[in-house]
Design a protein around this ligand. Sequence first.
Ligand code: SF4
Length: 708
Amino acid sequence: MNKQSWPRETRSTCCYCGVGCGVIIESDVEHISGVRGDPAHPANFGKLCSKGSTLHLTARPEQRLLQPELRIGRADPRLPVDWDSALDHAAERFADIIATHGPDAVAFYISGQLLTEDYYVFNKLAKGLIGTNNVDSNSRLCMSSAVSAYKLTLGADAPPGCYDDIAHAGCVFIAGSNTAFAHPILFRRIEDARKANPKQKLIVVDPRRTDTAQAADLHLAIQPGSDVMLFNAMLHVMIWEGWCDEAYIAAHTENFAAVRQAVQAATPQVAAERCGISVADIVQAARWFASGPTLSLYCQGLNQSAHGTDKNATLINLHLATGQIGKPGAAPLSLTGQPNAMGGREVGGMANLLSGHRDLANPQHRAEVAALWSVPSIPERPGKTAVELFDALHCGEIKAVWIACTNPAHSLPDAQKVREALAHAEFVVVQEAFRDTDTVPFVDLLLPASTWGEKDGTVTNSERRISRVRAAVPPPGEARHDWQIAAEFGQRLAQRLGKSALLGYPDTETIFNEHRASTAKRDLDISGLSYALLEEAGPQQWPLPASANAGTARLYADGRYPTPSGKARFHAATDLPLAEDTDARYPLHLNTGRLRDQWHGMSRTGKTGRLFSHVDEPLLSMHTADMAERQLANGDIIEVTSRRGALVLRVSTSTEMSTGQAFLPMHWGEQFMRGLGANALIEGATDPHSKQPELKHAAVQVSKLELP
Ligand code: SF4
């Protein structure tokens, strides 16, 4: 290639959060030299946050896993091995375990950071080829309660709104999300909208006075876990004041009578006491919400809860009661934590789902997918969801696990138990770009994977927008693409199991085309979308059926919902206590969450010195009064203890905190601190509908550590 053409520019997508910003990667033949925002991308219009703008510093070859490594005995060191030997060994071990114990003795634990095409291959490998539904994703930790609530109330896993609604909203209602830190570019769009329309109201529901809450017109600093009470009380006020849209309720919804009954006892007075806020603030929030148009944005504060589905659904109730869906500026819009949690769900890459938003529990859906894949059947037995999967590994029901692009020793609740599960397993495979995650020490076979800047495929962001991810450089060393590793393993395993090989894909476009064909006539129909259209017209929002020229910005504008009756369904729920309440021994509510400049377990952001200038070590934040009670000063070394474990770190006073509460960032793991990280303190209690764990809460005690 002509030397004059360097640096080359490649359009792609940021690999961090679910905002899904477009990037332009600058590179030469082998090295990425820079990154900037893509002005043409409709999620970010050229802007990037601190994480996105340092992406080029995070995937250097010297930081990467470059060759497969295998150990035969648990006490042996892992040694370099060639790809053929590595994959043959893996196929042999999986075939032996399946022959002895059946297909449900193996499992796959994958990631919302995989591309849609990667997800598709893993799902087909597990459910189509092996015949197990034991394939789940770390998206279970992120979005599954939002999914359950959408399906329960609106009939489909489909966020109805879009980012453009921010500019049209009269009220932005943020619940359980520090958007300023976790989805920064979206927050900048909110700031821009407020500058353009000073009348727009911003309400933030969060126990902490976060940066997002500090920008609000009304901050509702509720007690941890009291969200359902707040939303029910807001609906109570709307009904009492006559602020509901009775015509919309009558024409487009059902079950309102049950909800009216459920919220009767949630008076503002009762809610004020339970939530720890004033009656006036509850009434004000209800008034601004009902005046609309209101856009609700919400994330882990609602999702990561043992009652996450109820929290999501009772918020959606407010939109249904006021007829605020499908109109400019009016919608519930869950924010996706990961870059492709939504794409993974589209292809059914979770234990309870099948391709094209089909449900495993539905016999018709199983038959359709079996026909699509040309396999005799899809097993009916439910697969294990994330926490269940590692519990089954812990007790020996699952013998082998294949982990791709995620770090469960850090990110799952009850981290010590997860480590014991990995240590007990007969065979653990990890495919990873980086060699220093908390999970790697437990691995028998470590496979080097490509990562951002090297991969090709698609992702879907929080507003249902599908964007292309493009490779600027080849993977370093012997690293291979995630879909390729899964497919090559599957071909070898099929031979040993005497099954037909299902995964002979030449490239990601072929996988995408198979996926889009599976969506025809489904709620997320993208049969009209192709790589060529994405190239020509840029990122598109689903649905985009074969008859359409472009995607769909808003859903349910006609008031028709994908339910059997065509109506949305109110969900009646009452306030329930936290899975683990405080008591005399563990008197503080611990909240965990994200910092502005770090991402998840820091396997990527932890390699960029610049990103430590904001916060350079994990600190437990507490209210001054709680610190004084324990005779703690800023910077003291403390031990924070729950019923499951303890961590040692420094404490810091914070004006964000209310009394009785503490906050710990979830990023630092064993690689960076003494202790296993925040999730060592967290219980594995899960939501009964979504199976999402209550990662945002534990009861803890804090004491000063007297150093010798
Ligand atoms: Fe990346 Fe999210 Fe930042 Fe956009 S807002 S640049 S997607 S981390």
